[in-house]
Design a protein around this ligand. Structure first.
Ligand SMILES: C[S@@+](CC[C@H](N)C(=O)[O-])C[C@H]1O[C@@H](n2cnc3c(N)ncnc32)[C@H](O)[C@@H]1O
Ligand code: SF4
Length: 458
């Protein structure tokens, strides 16, 4: 049963705020950061040979650009584009392994995009071989990729499974044609269903589906229909992202027909509907926008309060470091965040010149590390045990964050959190506003001004 949350309450908390895939969040990275700083981090990593790694590979190419897309995607007619891209990744990889060695253990390896299944079988094999040669992929590592069903076939997904991927995410967004037309992404239902079945037939242990709510043309009725179809398929996990309409960052979104786009409370109600339908279908609501079948590792991790979050999303196999390859990739190495150039040409030019293509970064201080622990625990495990910070930071969180906790009483009065001797607990109502709770512990938000750096929390 839906919680009755009035429209004015939703509006009160519908502010611009981060999604906290990291803390500090990208807009707060103000330090000058480049090749030298990343080399320093990698040299430190070399001194910790036992630490496991997660790896992200960004593959930006897409067959066609969808108007609504917020990802870092490229459409090209260049025949050699992928080969040239992989040549650069290979060089990037060689620069990194020259500093950390080639025998590091990897527990999570993810290909994101763009559209990783834009690559041919030969290109997929080449990329996999490059990384397998450079790292020691653990036998139980999660090896995952995102695919666009519009260019996939059951044969292709069977190949991807045999090549070693064990988790696959299908971009669906919405089954309704009117919505697909408005967002510039026509996607035949039959093809999507065929590819989904192909993933099952190929024996993928994990099959995920991506949906987006708040897209133009979506109504309560139409989205109920899409959600019903998805639940009927029984994917292991579903991500239902809030549509981020940010045309000042992604100008192609100006082509999205926003005439019938729900916002504010109506958009919130779509998400509430999503939560209700997945809960009724026995899925666990994970973090802000994911749903996992009961028994799925993410659900078990939430029950055990052992869920983690990184740039790739929610994770059950936390590695202390994440290396990112490819344009726009974001890494997290020895308490430094590093971001590669998001543009193809300068990213490639830096690599050709023998420089690691880092353009942005942030070295965390002790205060950042403490707040990161607190914020990510709130975002993932929906609580803040006071003792969480004791071992690493020498005092309980209610002492370290006494000033911030002064902002708590209104959130308690509004029923978003409760506090007791153990710590803070996010309530059922507070789950919808967990970003607002996390934001009180963010030391950088005060300086963020009124720039539209973040999407809205609802
Ligand atoms: C890299 S794409 C997935 C793979 C493939 N390129 C595709 O579109 O099917 C990652 C996902 O991000 C989500 N996404 C893209 N643009 C978005 C936006 N503007 N707001 C919210 N979610 C978005 C979609 O759910 C999409 O499936
Ligand atoms: S939604 Fe997927 S296929 Fe469409 S442009 Fe973005 S990354 Fe490419």
């Amino acid at each position: 049963m839906s919680l009755n949350i009035p429209a004015d309450f939703v509006e009160k908390y519908n502010t611009a705020g981060p999604r906290y895939t990291s803390y500090p969040t990208v807009p707060a990275w103000k330090q000058a950061f480049g090749d030298a700083e990343y080399r320093e981090a990698l040299a430190e990593l070399a001194q910790k040979p036992g630490d496991e790694l997660a790896i992200y590979l960004h593959l930006p190419f897409c067959a066609k650009h969808c108007f609504y897309c917020g990802c870092n995607a490229l459409v090209t007619r260049e025949k050699n584009a992928v080969t040239e891209y992989l040549d650069r990744v290979e060089k990037e990889l060689a620069m990194v392994t020259a500093l950390i060695g080639t025998n590091r253990r990897v527990v999570q390896f993810h290909w994101g995009g763009g559209t990783p299944n834009y690559l041919s079988e030969t290109e997929v094999n080449r990329a996999l071989a490059m990384f397998r040669g450079a790292f020691d992929l653990a036998p139980d590592a999660e090896v995952s990729l995102e695919i666009d069903p519009r260019i996939a076939t059951p044969e292709q997904v069977a190949f991807l499974r045999s090549a070693g991927f064990n988790r696959i995410s299908l971009g669906v967004q919405d089954f309704e044609e009117t919505v697909q037309v408005a967002i510039g992404r026509r996607q035949g239902r039959e093809r999507t269903l065929n590819v989904y079945q192909g993933c099952r037939d190929a024996g993928f242990p994990g099959v995920n589906v991506d949906l987006v709510y708040g897209l133009p043309g979506q109504t309560r009725e139409s989205f109920t229909h899409t959600l019903g179809e998805i639940i009927g398929l029984q994917p292991d996990r579903v991500a239902c992202f809030s549509y981020a309409h940010v045309p000042w960052v992604r100008p192609l979104q100006n082509k999205v027909d926003t005439t019938h786009m729900l916002g504010g409370y109506d958009k919130f109600a779509l998400f509430q509907l999503t939560v209700d339908l997945f809960k009724d279908a026995d899925y666990t609501w994970i973090g802000i926008d994911h749903f996992a079948k009961k028994g799925d590792e993410l659900s078990v991790a939430l029950e055990n309060r052992a869920l983690h979050r990184n740039f790739m999303g929610y994770a059950t196999k936390p590695a202390p470091h994440m290396l990112a390859f490819g344009m726009s990739g974001i890494g997290d190495v020895c308490d430094r965040f590093v971001q590669n150039d998001a543009e193809l040409e300068p990213w490639g030019a830096a690599i050709d010149a023998g420089r690691l293509p880092i353009v942005k970064g942030h070295k965390l201080n002790d205060d950042d590390r403490m707040r990161r622990l607190v914020i990510l625990n709130v975002m993932c495990n929906l609580e803040l045990p006071w003792k969480l910070t004791e071992a690493a930071f020498g005092a309980p969180a209610d002492r370290l964050l006494a000033g911030e906790l002064a902002a708590l009483p209104p959130l308690v009065a509004d029923g978003l959190v409760t506090a007791d001797d153990f710590g803070l607990h996010i309530t059922d109502k507070g789950r919808y506003f967990v970003r607002n709770v996390a934001m009180i512990f963010d030391a950088y938000l005060a300086g963020a001004g009124d720039k539209p750096l973040f999407s809205r929390t609802v």
